[in-house]
Design a protein around this ligand. Structure first.
Ligand SMILES: Cc1cc2nc3c(=O)[nH]c(=O)nc-3n(C[C@H](O)[C@H](O)[C@H](O)COP(=O)(O)O)c2cc1C
Length: 156
């Protein structure tokens, strides 16, 4: 069994963290790409009518994921990365969690943000991945050190 790093990234920051993590721990990498990419206007958190604001104000919103899904049966540990949006994981991460069977797997959240922590994201994610062990996760803001990432992965 092996390790997957799956991530959503709207503007590239989480993508960089995900690549560094996958390389450091020798994991496969999968991008959770939205069927409809997010434009800069979509990401405007000052506009309560922007796409991201509308999605995040609706707990049941599940934006569609593009492309082929990974074969989850190959993995026992899944690092799941995302930008913090309104203190939690973007709804498209919820789409991904509900689309796969994580029972018996370890799901490790990681995030980038403007400063907020993971907040309630791990708890929310646990409710969407029945039977999985969802760890408390970690912010991967700033410079990432491969040895530090490996030590973190070993400690899980
Ligand atoms: C709609 C939206 C909401 C955000 N909400 C938060 C927040 O609650 N706390 C925070 O620290 N950063 C917040 N941010 C900033 C992002 O988490 C941060 O820029 C992140 O690194 C972006 O990652 P990405 O480039 O992978 O999309 C928000 C960004 C967007 C677009």
């Amino acid at each position: 069994m092996s390790t997957l790093v799956a991530y959503f990234s709207a503007t590239g920051t989480t993508a960089r963290a995900a690549r560094a993590l996958a390389e450091a721990v020798g994991a496969d990498l999968f991008e959770i790409a939205p069927e409809q990419p997010y434009s800069p206007a979509d990401l405007n958190w000052n506009d309560k009518d922007s796409r991201s604001s509308r999605e995040m104000s609706d707990e049941t919103c599940r934006p569609a994921v593009a492309g082929d899904a990974p074969d989850m049966s190959r993995y026992d540990t899944v690092f799941l990365g995302f930008p913090i949006w309104w203190y939690v994981e973007p709804r498209i991460v919820d789409t991904f969690l509900e689309a796969h069977d994580f029972a018996g797997k370890t799901v490790v959240p990681f995030a980038t943000s403007g400063g907020s922590g993971l907040g309630r994201a791990p708890q929310r994610m646990a409710t969407l991945a029945p039977g999985a062990t969802v760890t408390e996760g970690r912010l991967l803001n700033g410079r990432l050190d491969a040895d530090d990432l490996r030590a973190w992965a070993r400690s899980l």
